[in-house]
Design a protein around this ligand. Structure first.
Ligand SMILES: [Zn+2]
Length: 328
């Protein structure tokens, strides 16, 4: 499973920071983060509210463009070691100088440079999806959308939206998504994780997204499931994240298999892997255990993910060729 070439579409950059990286930065900055780690050095939290506290504390030490460049290097080393050949990561200009365009360009340059170095070294390709934070509200979503639009192209390929799904409605953020669409960016949005099927429908109809972050709760409305299949909407499914946060009691109860059976385009990602004590290999192994999926099933899912990637056609061809070359 580890050697199988993988495509990952749903990964929060700060959420992918290994505990050792965060501890190193905290030590350099003389900040005490001892309260967020277990004895074995992993992130430790108890329930969703505590998870948010630990996540916020851990990511608070990642601040400068240089920190972000180092983070990209570290994350891509880890992903490459899991067989990932292409990934898209969520990045939030809100955390990079408060949505200021000049500051954003400095952060972007550092991240692009680090990802170019990783591509040369390990052949892994990374692209960025700019992510307004939903619970900051629609007005504050405009600045990141403008940052995304102004820097759309080579590395920034899409706009997504993360944050608390309980705040507002997707349609409230239409301005940000229209701005990104006009700049040629591709669109995705978190929905159907903590929100129900209606949140998935709203993201598709009111924002015109072609992918949904999570979207698993669509399973509660089979008419919607059929609609997703018919329209070819792609779900960025993160099973380990859903199980860790208690959406489903265990892997066998996760709806990814049912969604796939009903011909929804599902893909597999890790969301915030070290926080959920997972990796892409771990996800594949658990899914193989739960549903009897084999290498051919995973290869098919990776082709779906490559087709759904927001990158340019040349990059997509490159990824598809690498997937094909590994086919047995
Ligand atoms: Zn996410």
């Amino acid at each position: 499973m580890r050697d199988l070439p993988k495509v990952e579409l749903h990964l929060h950059l700060e959420g992918a920071a290994p505990p050792s990286f965060v501890r190193g930065l905290a030590a350099e900055k003389k900040e005490d983060l001892s309260g967020i780690f277990s004895e074995s050095g992993a992130y430790a939290y108890d329930g969703f509210v505590d998870f948010l506290r630990v996540y916020e504390a851990a990511t608070s030490v990642i601040r400068t463009p240089e920190d972000y460049g180092r983070l990209v290097t570290t994350v891509l080393e880890e992903l490459a070691s899991q067989g990932v050949i292409y990934a898209e990561t969520f990045v939030s200009p809100d955390f990079f100088g408060g949505g200021d365009l000049a500051a954003w360009r400095e952060y972007l340059a550092a991240m692009e440079e680090a990802s170019a170095r990783a591509e040369t070294r390990d052949g892994i390709i990374l692209k960025g999806i700019v992510t307004p934070i939903r619970h900051f509200g629609p007005e504050r979503a405009k600045a990141p959308a403008i940052c995304a639009a102004e820097t759309a192209g080579e590395w920034i390929v899409g706009l997504g939206m993360g944050g608390n799904e309980a705040v507002g409605k997707p349609g409230d953020f239409a301005w940000a998504f229209d701005c990104a669409r006009e700049a040629g960016l591709r669109l995705t949005c978190h929905a159907g994780e903590f929100g129900g099927p209606e949140s998935v429908r709203a993201a598709i109809e009111d924002l015109g997204v072609e992918r949904i972050g999570h979207g698993v709760r669509a399973i509660e409305d089979l008419a919607l499931v059929d609609d997703l299949a018919e329209r070819g909407i792609v779900l960025e499914v993160c099973p380990g994240s859903n199980v860790a946060l208690g959406l489903y009691p265990d892997w066998r109860a996760h709806p990814i298999e049912k969604l796939r059976e009903r011909e929804v385009k599902v893909t597999i990602s890790t969301d915030d892997p070290p926080f959920f004590h997972t990796t892409m290999t771990h996800e594949y192994e658990r899914l193989a255990d739960a549903f009897g999926w084999d290498v051919a099933d995973f290869a098919a899912l990776n082709r779906v993910a490559a087709e759904a990637a927001f990158c340019d056609a040349g990059t997509r061809d490159k990824i598809l060729k690498r997937l094909e070359a590994a086919d047995v």
